[in-house]
Design a protein around this ligand. Structure first.
Ligand code: VNL
Length: 204
């Protein structure tokens, strides 16, 4: 299961408390495998129960309280390697934006153009985020990567970093492709004489 692989990958950078897993997830592997916090905590507990993670209580605050810190076990590292060794199962196409576009003849006046502009907006943001991650990886300022590098010999730093940059370069390319597609869609709507603005009640 992919959330599990993402969590093993994150914890291969070093031990983290549950809270820090959630925090670092969203600023690292979560950019390529989104998961809500509410899925992360129970998955960590399951992985611990199955021996993929070990845990120890670490002091928290000044009142003798503790929180749980998780570490990847040798079995967890084995699972990470096994995952890399398993062929990916490709899922068949299921794209809500393309499904929607295929039936734009049912859209209210202006709604199709509004949808395409929202699509462009979304992928511009996605592209910006991916470029930001690439910069934070290349200059080693991303905290997860910085810890990972510190735990690995320097002759491995380049490959560890470049694989992550490679993943985000794929996101940049995909975002640009989606933007270009939606722009072609806007031109198509214009060619077909569709209104570019939604037909709001008080716009008459
Ligand atoms: C890591 C750091 C991964 C930053 C990332 O995305 C990232 C990591 C996959 O070291 O695990 O953006």
């Amino acid at each position: 299961m992919s959330l599990r692989s993402a969590l093993l990958a994150l914890l291969s950078s070093g031990p983290l408390t549950g809270y820090d897993v959630v925090k670092q997830f969203s600023t690292s592997v979560g950019h390529v495998w989104h998961a809500p916090d509410s899925q992360i905590y129970p998955e960590l507990r399951k992985m611990h129960a199955e021996g993929l993670l070990s845990s120890r209580p670490v002091p928290w605050g000044s009142r003798g309280a503790t929180k749980t810190e998780y570490s990847i076990t040798p079995e967890g590292e084995r699972a990470l390697r096994e995952w890399q060794d398993t062929p990916l199962g490709y899922v068949r196409e299921r794209d809500p934006a393309h499904l929607r576009a295929a039936y734009f003849e049912w859209a209210a006046p202006g709604a199709a153009a509004a949808q395409l502009r929202a699509h462009i907006e979304h992928y511009r943001e996605q592209r910006t985020q991916a470029l930001r991650q690439i910069r934070a990886l290349e200059d080693h300022t991303n905290p997860t990567l910085a810890r990972r590098l510190a735990a690995n010999p320097e002759d491995q730093w380049e490959r560890i970093t470049r694989f992550k940059v490679f993943a985000y370069e794929g996101q940049v390319g995909r975002a640009e492709q989606e933007i270009a597609w939606a722009q072609r869609g806007l031109r198509l709507l214009a060619e077909l004489g569709e209104p570019a603005e939604p037909d709001t009640p008080d716009a008459r």
